[in-house]
Design a protein around this ligand. Structure first.
Ligand SMILES: *[C@@H]1O[C@H](CO)[C@@H](O)[C@H](O)[C@H]1NC(C)=O
Ligand SMILES: *[C@@H]1O[C@H](CO)[C@@H](O)[C@H](O)[C@H]1NC(C)=O
Ligand SMILES: *[C@@H]1O[C@H](CO)[C@@H](O)[C@H](O)[C@H]1NC(C)=O
Length: 375
């Protein structure tokens, strides 16, 4: 009996430790990163106060509705009086995820952060409800340079991008949109992104070439250098080329990996002139059995790794290219296992095994595949 109570006493500190780990927010030892997961039915929201010192803050709502906070979000409020306080925040990166959030609340938060040093904003697994009010004219908006959205749905449908644009200063450099519910933008309302150099539309398997044409609003991306359209249902390089030409975008690097590409262009489709600046093309993990027709004439980098090429490409099939990647194709290793499984490089490391990330992505995307994301 006594032994038992003794044991309990010894366990007490441990119990206390596990009680404190139930706190929804955790700040790391360097006061750099603060992560909150409000999945508890009755979360202690005040725990988030410790995050005010962090540079990187991640807030996850456990899938709940944040409507109750709407009363604190006054879009027309005079935030000027908090200016110095907000300026003193170290916050640079903010992630908001797993919640149903009224557009007005999201906007109120961005309004308050107008004086902050916020540079990177990530929204994940969010359902944004309600319409967005017109922004007050004199409002100061955050100078966000990187905006990442994954699985965010908007009550405003395809108008969301042009609305969201009104809440941010025009210096956006990187825009990532994955698992989008609507990429059919109202192009006449979208303003140009004068500083945007990187557009990543990867992991939108329902996009397709027709959708890409609709998404790349003509002349809105004048500074674009890097375009990633991994796993976006593209069918032929030529179809992508046509979409780029229609939109007048001139990327330097194009990532087409993880699309099931057909090598031969449809004989009825006319050839297409690739952007003259294009110097890197990624066609890896594209299931190709031969080099596709209609590639650009000259490239610095062409990545054809992890396809199903059964023989070495003939020089006349390839563009002029300085750096050609062909590893992970069956012709290099006729005795070996198929590239779908475990192509090994000389070190015995599987080079074409899908990364856990890619597997996770295609897993969730299988769920989204039926979604219509444009039209
Ligand atoms: C948040 O907590 C819930 C419940 O404990 C857990 O299932 C979920 O994975 C957590 N989310 C993150 C991003 O850690
Ligand atoms: C997308 O976000 C919603 C919440 O808005 C969530 O319920 C759903 O599970 C998420 N889907 C995926 C594939 O993560
Ligand atoms: C091409 O894409 C694959 C898969 O997305 C990636 O692993 C590889 O590094 C890329 N190649 C280049 C040259 O960037």
């Amino acid at each position: 009996m006594e032994r038992a109570s003794c044991l309990l006493l010894l366990l007490l500190p441990l119990l206390q430790v596990s009680a404190t780990t139930l706190e929804p927010c955790e700040l790391d030892d360097d006061d750099e990163r603060c992560v909150c997961n409000f999945s508890d039915p009755q979360p202690d929201w005040s725990s988030a106060l410790q995050c005010t010192v962090a540079v990187e803050v991640e807030l996850r709502g456990g899938g709940r509705s944040l409507e109750q906070f709407l009363k604190y979000a006054d879009v027309d409020a005079d935030v000027q009086k908090y200016r110095d306080l907000i300026r003193s925040l170290r916050l640079k990166r903010l992630t908001v995820g797993a919640a149903r959030v009224p557009a007005q609340l999201l906007m109120g938060v961005l309004r308050v952060l107008g004086y902050s040093r916020l540079k990177e904003l990530t929204l994940e697994d969010l359902e944004v409800t309600g319409t967005m009010p017109l922004p007050p004219l004199e409002a100061i908006w955050p100078a966000v340079t990187t905006l990442s959205l994954r699985n965010v749905s908007w009550a405003t449908g395809g108008a969301w991008l042009s609305k969201l644009q009104q809440w941010l200063k025009p210096g956006l450099q990187v825009l990532n949109i994955a698992q989008a519910h609507s990429l059919a933008f109202s192009c006449d309302q979208v303003r140009a992104f004068p500083a945007l150099t990187t557009l990543d539309l990867s992991d939108n398997p329902g996009l397709g070439e027709r959708g890409l044409t609709a998404t790349l609003c003509p002349h809105k991306f004048p500074a674009l250098q890097d375009l990633s359209i991994r796993n976006t249902g593209m069918e032929t390089p030529n179809g992508v080329c046509t979409a780029l030409a229609t939109a007048g975008v001139q990327p330097v690097r194009l990532d087409l990996s993880y699309n099931s590409l057909r090598a031969a262009a449809d004989p009825l489709t006319p050839g297409c002139v690739w952007p003259s600046a294009l110097n890197s093309l990624n066609l890896s993990f594209a299931g190709l059995e031969q080099v596709p027709n209609g590639l650009p004439d000259k490239l610095s980098v062409l990545d054809l790794s992890c396809n199903r090429l059964n023989r070495a490409p003939r020089p006349d099939e390839l563009p002029k290219v300085d750096n050609l990647k062909l590893d992970g194709n069956p012709f290099l290793n006729p005795e070996g296992p198929s590239p779908r499984e475990d192509s090994m490089n000389s070190g015995g490391v599987p080079i074409c095994a899908r990364s856990p990330l890619a597997v996770g992505i295609s897993g969730t995307l299988a769920l989204l595949r039926g979604d219509r994301i444009f039209g």
